[in-house]
Design a protein around this ligand. Structure first.
Ligand code: NAD
Length: 454
C-alpha cells in the first residue's frame, strides 16, 4: 500500500500506480504457470524500451511551450509494437508502461501478430488550439524518428487523439521517408488515406461482440443477449459514445452515459442520437432534456445489468467496488478496475470482461488496416466487421474456456506447488487472470520458439 491518492475527493488506500498494477496482474497469473521460467517471467514483465523526449512548440500566439512525450515498446516477440498515443495532462511514464504492457497481452489474447507499445504526451488538449495540437503531434513524431515504423512500432488513436491526429502522424513520417509505402506506420487513419472501414467503431463493436458471447454462454442470468439489458456507460468518447449507439441498436437500454462533466440518466432509456446531438451542441452529455444529472461516481454504482467503463484507469476501486450494482462489467477502457476491486467483484459474483479482451476490437481492426495498407487493399465494412466478429468470438471463447480449464485443474496445480515447497494457495481465477494466463502462455511460447539470441 503506497502513495495514497485523491480522486473524487476520496482517499485511497490502494496502490494506484498503473504499471505496478499491470505487474501485479502478471504476477498473479504467473503463479498458475508452473512451467514458466522465472527469468523469462522477469523479462516478459518489463518493457523492452522506454523513450522520453522533450520538445518545444511555438503556439499560434507566438509563445514557446515545452512538452514531454513518451513511447514505450513493451514487447515485440509476436510482431511489431502496437499501441495508441494519448494526450492528457495526467500522462506519466508508468501509465505509458502499463498501457504498453496491456497491449502485449491484448494482442496475444485476440491473436493478432503484434507486440505491445504505447505513447503519450503530457498536455491538455482542451487548452490548446487545433494548430497547436498539430504542432505537438508533428514535433513529437519527428523527435521519435525511426523509433516508430511500419514494421517496428505502429501507433494508433487513444484518449484525446483521433483520425486527424493519425493523419498528421502519417504525413510527418512520410515527409521523413519519401518514396516508400509508409501507410502502415500508423493505424486509425482517415478512410481516404488508408484508414480501414470499421476502425472508428471497432473498439466498441468488439466490446459488443465480446459481451454478446459472454451472455450467450450464460454469464448473466436471465439474458442470453443484450436485448432489454440496462446499460450504463462511463466516458463518451470514441469507445463510450459508439458503444452507446451499438448496444442500443442491438436492443439494449442505455440508461446512463457520462463524460468528464458528469452523467445523464434516464431509467426509461436514453435516445443515443439525442445524446449525441446534445453533446455536439453543448460539449457535454449533461443537461439533456428529460434526463437527470448524476456524478461519475453515482453512475458507477447505478442499478444496471451491464456497466461499461470507457474513460480512464482506476475508476472501480476498493472503495466503490462493494457498491457496484451492475451484474456484469465490460471494460472498454484500459485499466478501469484495480486488483483489489477485481477480488471484491469476483467474490460478489460480478464477472468482469477484462480490458485485454473486451476492448481488443480496436487493435484487431488496426491490424486489419495494417494488412490492407501493406497489401494495397481496401476491404468493405461488412468484411471488416465479419472478420472482427470471428476474432472477438474466438478470443472470448478462449478466455472463458481458459478460466474453466484452470479452475478445473486447481487440485493438480496446488499439489504441484506443495511438491515444490510452495504454499498450495491457488484459488479459482477470474476472467482477467484467465486472459493473462492465455496471453503469457502465447507470448512465452513464441519467445522460446524464436530462441534467445545469441
Ligand atoms: P476519448 O478521448 O475519445 O474519450 C474519453 C472520454 O472519457 C471523453 O468523453 C471524456 O470526457 C471522458 N472522461 C475523461 N475523464 C473522465 C472522468 N473522470 N469521468 C468520466 N468520463 C471521463 O478516448 P477513447 O479513445 O474513447 O478512450 C477511452 C478509453 O478506451 C481509454 O481507456 C482508452 O485507452 C481505451 N481504448 C480506446 C481505444 C480506441 O481505439 N480509441 C481502443 C482500446 C481502448
Amino acid at each position: 500500500m503506497t502513495e495514497p491518492k485523491r480522486a473524487g475527493g476520496k482517499k485511497h488506500i490502494e496502490d494506484l500506480n498503473p504499471f505496478r498494477i499491470a505487474q501485479q496482474q502478471f504476477d498473479n497469473a504467473a503463479r498458475y504457470l508452473p512451467d514458466l521460467d522465472p527469468g523469462l517471467a522477469m523479462f516478459l514483465k518489463q518493457p523492452r524500451r522506454m523513450v522520453e523526449v522533450q520538445f518545444p512548440i511555438e503556439t499560434v500566439g507566438g509563445v514557446v511551450k515545452n512538452y514531454i512525450g513518451y513511447r514505450c515498446v513493451h514487447s515485440r516477440a509476436r510482431g511489431p509494437g502496437k499501441g495508441g498515443i494519448r494526450y492528457h495532462p495526467d500522462v506519466t511514464a508508468d501509465e505509458v508502461r502499463a498501457l504498453a504492457s496491456w497491449m502485449t497481452w491484448k494482442c496475444a489474447v485476440v491473436d493478432v501478430p503484434f507486440g505491445g507499445a504505447k505513447g503519450g504526451v503530457i498536455c491538455d488538449p482542451k487548452q490548446r488550439t487545433r494548430a497547436d495540437l498539430q504542432a505537438i503531434t508533428r514535433r513529437f513524431i519527428s523527435e521519435l524518428g525511426d523509433r516508430i515504423g511500419p514494421f517496428t512500432d505502429v501507433p494508433a488513436p487513444d484518449v484525446n487523439t483521433n483520425a486527424e491526429t493519425m493523419a498528421w502522424i502519417y504525413d510527418t513520417y512520410e515527409m521523413l521517408h519519401r518514396g516508400e509505402n509508409n501507410l502502415g506506420v500508423v493505424t486509425g487513419k482517415p478512410i481516404d488515406m488508408g484508414g480501414s472501414y470499421g476502425r472508428r467503431e471497432a473498439t466498441s463493436r468488439g466490446c459488443l461482440f465480446c459481451t454478446q458471447r459472454a451472455l450467450a454462454r450464460g454469464l448473466l442470468s436471465g439474458f442470453n443477449s443484450v436485448v432489454g439489458a440496462r446499460v450504463a456507460i462511463q466516458g463518451y468518447g470514441n469507445a463510450g459514445a459508439i458503444a452507446s449507439q451499438l448496444f442500443a441498436e442491438q436492443g439494449a437500454k442505455i440508461i446512463a452515459v457520462s463524460d468528464s462533466q458528469g452523467a445523464a440518466f434516464d431509467p426509461d432509456g436514453l435516445n443515443p442520437n439525442a445524446v449525441l446531438a446534445h453533446k455536439r451542441a453543448t460539449g457535454s452529455v449533461v443537461g439533456l432534456k428529460g434526463t437527470s444529472k448524476l456524478t461519475n461516481e453515482e453512475l458507477l454504482e447505478l442499478d444496471c445489468d451491464i456497466l461499461i467503463p470507457a474513460a480512464l484507469e482506476n475508476v472501480i476501486r476498493a472503495d466503490n467496488a462493494p457498491n457496484v450494482k451492475a451484474r456484469i462489467i465490460a471494460e472498454a477502457a484500459n485499466g478501469p478496475t484495480t486488483p483489489t476491486a477485481d477480488r471484491i467483484l469476483y467474490e460478489r459474483g460480478i464477472p468482469v470482461l477484462p480490458d485485454i479482451l473486451a476492448n481488443a476490437g480496436g487493435v484487431t481492426v488496426s491490424y486489419f488496416e495494417w494488412v490492407q495498407n501493406n497489401e494495397n487493399e481496401q476491404w468493405d465494412e461488412d468484411t471488416v466487421n465479419l472478420k472482427l466478429h470471428v476474432k472477438m468470438q474466438r478470443a472470448s471463447d478462449s478466455v472463458l474456456d481458459k478460466q474453466i480449464e484452470i479452475n478445473e485443474s486447481l487440485g493438480a496445480l496446488n499439489s504441484g506447488r506443495k511438491e515444490h515447497g510452495l504454499p498450495a494457495d491457488l484459488e479459482p481465477v477470474d476472467l482477467r487472470t484467465a486472459a493473462y494466463i492465455l496471453a503469457i502462455q502465447r507470448v512465452a511460447r513464441v519467445t522460446l520458439e524464436r530462441g534467445i539470441w545469441p
